[in-house]
Design a protein around this ligand. Structure first.
Ligand SMILES: Cc1cc2nc3c(=O)[nH]c(=O)nc-3n(C[C@H](O)[C@H](O)[C@H](O)COP(=O)(O)OP(=O)(O)OC[C@H]3O[C@@H](n4cnc5c(N)ncnc54)[C@H](O)[C@@H]3O)c2cc1C
Length: 410
């Protein structure tokens, strides 16, 4: 892989890897006893985000003219994937935290008015603790939005109504990455109840201190615990007219967020798998059972081969899919859904092998292996479930027939 990278990409990856090895992994290992008792406020010390800032991986996606790092746009998604994998090798929660900044920055540079880009990119760059979040999911109908079922009854329940030159938004968003901590949110809301969601959903820029916005809770998650996933409530939240990003066809235009998003999910997932492989291969070459190190037992060796094969298969599809997204190829939608779902299933199996090869130690918290398994499980549900992702693949291949709305209960 590294031979195909430019010198600049190799350097970026190496400094990210050094940061992960020197700072992130030692932090995770040192704090294994506190993972379940930490408050959301002290889940990741400020030094970790400051360290991410130092190696230049906190604000990818920010245009150069606003102080961002120059990345060749024809390979931007491939670079996102490369760096997301490296961070997730250390901790996938930290990777979640950072990639939200990259993905939302892509939306801002595309749709926000220039004066708001100037304002918010400046804030993002000036404060290493500043985070961004993307708020789509609601308590009802999340999968309907992914498919999408383009009928009025599947529309978002969060509503935005224009009154006296500003938008009044009411509703609730849940399961939002960085939802608890972010300083700036992109929020989707219904702006026309009489049409399908592809014609009647708008997106808005919402600063955290907007009147009517409440951060209702921080979720306690199985894995990726170092990212504070949150729930937001909007009660007559007033958003200025110029904070509208896309009117009515926000979902149709959000592909520039969703496609890199699927690639990044798969890449983070791959990073978790790589870490599982490192831990397992180290263990089986040192731990003795039946008079010889584990890897000399053939059944163990077969599992290592299986792990390596699955990882390489995910990597190969990831490279193909990220190229398709960077090239805006006709099959980009299909491929990015394929790799997202393939990675989530394959890497969970890799993590299970890792857990089993460690025997009882695999489920002991101080060994750190069970964390890998928990982190891997989360990917089944992020950016659409496995089944919904598979339906999207079929729908993109057979648009005339597959994935039609089944209709409400009779
Ligand atoms: C860790 C984490 C981070 C997240 N971060 C964000 C974020 O930053 N922003 C954001 O907006 N969202 C975020 N999400 C939400 C995520 O996108 C949703 O969880 C996901 O889309 C699934 O929605 P749901 O949980 O409501 O499941 P549901 O839609 O309620 O699905 C429940 C089950 O029903 C199945 N199902 C649903 N509809 C159908 C159908 N028509 N046919 C067949 N089966 C169906 C699903 O496959 C699933 O098995 C996050 C989720 C997690 C777990």
């Amino acid at each position: 892989m590294s031979s195909q990278l430019s010198e600049e990409q190799n350097m970026m990856r190496q400094s990210c890897r050094d940061f992960v090895d020197d700072v992130v992994i030692p932090f995770i290992r040192a704090n294994w006893q506190r993972e379940w008792s930490m408050t959301p406020e002290d889940r990741l010390p400020p030094e970790i985000l400051a360290g991410a800032e130092k190696v230049g991986i906190r604000t990818l996606g920010v245009p150069e003219e606003f102080g961002g790092i120059e990345i060749d746009k024809s390979a931007e998604v491939a670079v996102f994937a490369l760096i997301a994998e490296e961070i997730a090798r250390g901790d996938s929660g930290l990777a979640d935290k950072l990639v939200q900044n990259w993905k939302v920055s892509v939306l801002l540079r595309q749709f926000a008015p220039r004066h708001l880009q100037e304002k918010w990119f400046k804030r993002l760059l000036a404060d290493p603790q500043f985070l961004l979040a993307h708020c789509l999911t609601e308590p009802r109908g999340a999968s309907d939005r992914w498919l999408p079922y383009n009928v009025p009854e599947a529309a978002m329940q969060t509503r935005a109504v224009k009154k006296n030159g500003e938008w009044i938004i009411n509703g609730r968003k849940q399961f939002i990455s960085n939802g608890y901590d972010a300083g700036l949110y992109v929020v989707y809301a219904n702006t026309n109840t009489s049409v399908g969601m592809l014609q009647g959903t708008s997106s808005f820029l919402v600063p955290r201190d907007t009147p009517g916005l409440t951060v209702a809770r921080c979720n306690e998650t199985l894995g990726c615990r170092y990212m504070n996933n949150g729930e937001l409530v909007f009660e007559d939240m007033r958003v200025p007219a110029d904070h509208l990003l896309v009117e009515n066809d926000a979902l149709g235009k959000a592909g520039i967020y969703f496609r890199p998003g699927k690639i990044i999910q798969a890449a983070k997932n791959l990073g978790v798998g790589v870490r599982a492989f490192e831990l397992a291969s180290d263990y089986v070459q040192n731990y003795v059972q039946g008079g010889r190190i584990l890897i000399k037992h053939q059944a163990v060796a077969l599992r290592i081969a299986d792990m390596a094969t699955r990882i390489e298969a995910v990597r190969a599809l990831l490279q193909r899919a990220s190229r398709a997204v960077d090239d805006n190829a006709p099959d980009a939608d299909t491929l990015c859904n394929m790799v997202k779902v393939f990675a989530s299933e394959e890497i969970l199996k890799v993590a299970q092998h890792c857990l089993e090869l460690h025997g009882g130690n695999g489920v002991m918290l101080d060994f750190g292996v069970e964390k890998i398994f928990r982190d891997a499980a989360i990917f089944l549900h992020m950016d659409a479930t496995v089944d919904i992702s598979k339906m999207k693949i079929v729908k993109s291949m057979f648009p005339q027939t597959a994935g039609k709305y089944a209709g409400p209960e009779a």
